[in-house]
Design a protein around this ligand. Structure first.
Ligand SMILES: [Zn+2]
Length: 257
């Protein structure tokens, strides 16, 4: 059975690479992630991973022309590299390995919540930037340019809720979960993505480009090095996504209390 899973994962990874959704190393990381999830959760885990990977790829391609302004601010383009894959799928992969060794409902809930948080976060950033109005900074409560870390908008919040609801809902049916756990997982996913925004607004590093006067996540902009204006060195978008996904996973633990 694992061989069949491996072939499916390999083919999906190659399709992702060809579509430009994954970089080369990102594909290798995605294949590892997929296998760890299949190891613990079988085909059900892969279906849920597919929901996340499929919808994030779809949304990242959606209205791509309108996202170019944002791409100047964020570090990476639409092809996910190995760091992005592990930031979004690492916690879920970890749950897969733990499930295989110590099977329990807790790891199933952790897995679905971690993926719900990653999905909430991805949908919010892909769809939030398309909002007509400029978003608000989550802590300063004033408008900031689209794509700024720590920015929230109503469409972005709605997107993160629906994204979490979708993953939790598919997980609910696949794993035959108690209904209250489904509700807790939906909440945990949204909470994880809120934590992402708050870290983005506070300790995530931010740089300034002297050439074009733009605040950015990039260390090089307009061909020259940028100046760090905020945050702790090393707390980049990938670290923040990883923490957000882990927090989502851990937050569903309240159901077990
Ligand atoms: Zn610049």
């Amino acid at each position: 059975m694992m061989l069949l899973y491996f072939i499916v994962i390999l083919l999906t990874g190659v399709v992702g690479l060809k579509m430009g959704a994954l970089s080369r190393k990102g594909t290798v990381a995605a294949i590892f992630t997929g296998n760890a999830i299949a190891y613990g959760f079988g085909w059900k885990g892969l279906v849920l991973l597919g929901v996340f990977f499929g919808t994030s790829t779809l949304w990242s391609k959606y209205k791509q022309d309108r996202k170019q302004e944002t791409e100047r601010i964020v570090v990476k383009g639409s092809a996910r590299d190995e760091y992005q894959v592990l930031a979004n799928g690492g916690a879920a992969a970890f749950a897969g390995v733990m499930m295989a060794m110590f099977p329990s409902l807790w790891w199933i809930a952790f897995f679905i919540s971690a993926l719900a948080a990653s999905n909430a976060d991805t949908w919010a950033s892909e769809l939030g930037v398309l909002a007509k109005r400029d978003p608000y900074h989550i802590l300063k409560l004033r408008t900031v340019p689209r794509g700024t870390s720590g920015a929230v908008s109503m469409p972005g919040l709605l997107a993160s809720f629906l994204a979490s609801l979708l993953v939790a809902g598919v997980g609910f049916f696949l794993f035959d979960l108690p209904f209250t756990l489904f509700l807790v997982i939906t909440g945990a996913g949204v909470l994880g993505s809120m934590i992402d925004t708050i870290i983005g607004a506070t300790i995530q590093e931010e740089f300034y480009c002297e050439t074009c006067s733009l605040k950015t996540e990039r260390t090089v902009h307009c061909g020259v090095g940028t100046t760090k204006i905020k945050g702790i060195s090393g707390i980049n978008n990938d670290v923040v996504n990883m923490v957000s996904s882990l927090c989502g996973g851990i937050a569903c633990g309240v159901w077990f209390l």
